[in-house]
Design a protein around this ligand. Sequence first.
Ligand code: COA
Ligand code: AMP
Length: 631
Amino acid sequence: MSSRYHETYAQWKADPQAFWAEAANAIDWIKPADKVFDPSQGAYGRWFAGAECNTCWNAVDRHAANRGDTLALIYDSPVTGSKRTLTYAELKDEVATLAAVIADMGVAKGDRVIIYMPMIPEAVVAMLACARIGAIHSVVFGGFAAKELATRLDDAAPKLVLAASCGIEPNRVVQYKPLLDEAIALASNKPASVLLLQRRQCEAAMQPGRDYDWAALVAKARAAGKQADCVPVLATDPLYVLYTSGTTGKPKGVVRDNGGNMVALAWSMTNLYGVAPGEVFWAASDVGWVVGHSYIVYAPLLAGCTTVVYEGKPVGTPDPGAFWRMISEHKIKVLFTAPTAFRAIKKEDPKAEHLKRYDMGGFRALFLAGERADPDTVQWAEDILKVPVIDHWWQTETGWAIAGNPLGLGQLPVKHGSPTVAMPGYDVQIVDEGGKPVMPNQMGSIVVKLPLPPGCLPTLWHADDRFKESYLAAYPGYYNTSDAGFMDEDGYLFIMGRTDDIINVAGHRLSTGGMEEVLASHPDVAECAVIGVKDSLKGEQPCGFVVLKAGVNRSPLEIEKEIVQLVRDRIGPVAAFKIAITVNRLPKTRSGKILRGTMKKIADGDEWSMPATIDDPAVLDEIARALEGKI
Ligand code: COA
Ligand code: AMP
């Protein structure tokens, strides 16, 4: 089968503005753009400048008007034993009612709302309700600790927090409300109110005057027939801020605008994922991550598909056949998840025995992203599913794929280990340290020539300088992805790892620098280093080395346990920080730089050579000995 990819990419390259103007026809605009791209605005220009629109209208109302009975959302929760569906008409009713409630609580266009909720339909309703009235939502993943939530409260300064009383993990009920109360106590910017959804699995204590009961206020608004209309916003106004790991403990508030996001996501549903309106599309992620924002909430709904909210895991809820049950029961056409999920299934059911119990007849494709898709996992998935398995590469910052294999345009040949080719909108180049393009197959930094396409971040929340410094300063005229890799002679990209201190644990993006800040705060720790070491299930797992202060006589084992707990308390269980190792010294260069790269190679069992600048080579032997039996 031939692919229209090359002609489509060439079309974009010949006239980017015409390309995106055409793609913008998939969206209803209240006022069309003055300029498809305005280079004079923002750090590198802005898409659809002057246009007015509403994302909720495009994701919900217009489908409710035309095809109100089509399913918008399927909720399936093996951890609570509940299932629920919402048609587009029902979703509109829920969203418009909640929007009226939060508007009554004083939230208006441009105000921030933090959403701290598990994978339940109300989380999606909450995001859309904010979009409806032009409020800027910021969803915080449930696996983060109170301090991380507090940092986000301080940065976003929300008027309101929308929360649920708890999330359900297979091994425990995670009570969100005490974490939220602690976060608000820690934060300097305290929200005026909290709207709390009490789940039947756990009832949270309310603070009078600040906390309001979600169900009660929604019921009251419904009884009064109150619904909020869609508020026109500029295409360039923020739809949401999503915090992601930076190189320090302070996360980066990635800003997503309304217009560009809608155009890019709508284009991707047709051309990359190859799905049509009415089809069921499932992104098995969480609304707390960018995959959840783009492909659980906005893209499938913008495209008039049915989206799936799954409150469960790939394994253990109840077995490694969970994904196959979902696909056959809900007639899912396309699944998008992280490779870790498939590694988890493969580990428990290597022969895919569970697959035999289900009819997978309608299933068309599996998309993987969030971390490197290792060839073994891709091969296994291809063998058992017998449908295209597509690796695609992107980042919280970009909001949609930088590189992929566009199923909607006709699949290109697959090369294992490669997320295939650059999507239209992205002029991807591999450069050396001086910013000069390297030859095919040569490793370098992966950069994207500016401007970034619609959908990508225009800036960081209230931090234009940090945006420029983090992404635009290293290679003038280019966006620095902070990923390293190479491109082969066919234009296929190979993403080999980060050039900064970000690690990827079970598809979750974490900063080792942020973890080091926590380790260093332990009263007995003099120095520390955190590295990501290979893990057969999660891809990477963090491993911390600590040097104790002189005169500390306590048991290192006890201190290590405290350190593990400290990371869990400060960053959250999602950091999956389980290994802390006490050493006498850290390997350093003569100028005092910790040799984290060499430590990682030793831990991973990779070949390594003695750095020429090392201060004392014997320290590396000590590190190797300390690692024995620990990983
Ligand atoms: N709220 C509270 N805690 C959460 C949470 C949430 N939403 N999500 C995860 N956690 C907790 C887990 O309970 C676990 O806690 P524990 O240390 O007490 O066991 C910890 O955070 C680490 O979670 P996770 O990384 O998910 O590991 P796991 O061992 O529980 O599960 C997998 C392993 C592979 C099943 C799981 O990582 C998975 O489903 N991965 C799919 C990848 C994915 O969805 N990535 C998102 C980006 S696309
Ligand atoms: P996040 O912002 O959480 O989506 O993480 C983005 C980072 O995850 C990227 O910069 C990559 O390092 C990594 N990543 C995401 N998708 C892929 C992929 N398909 N292949 C390799 N790395 C990936």
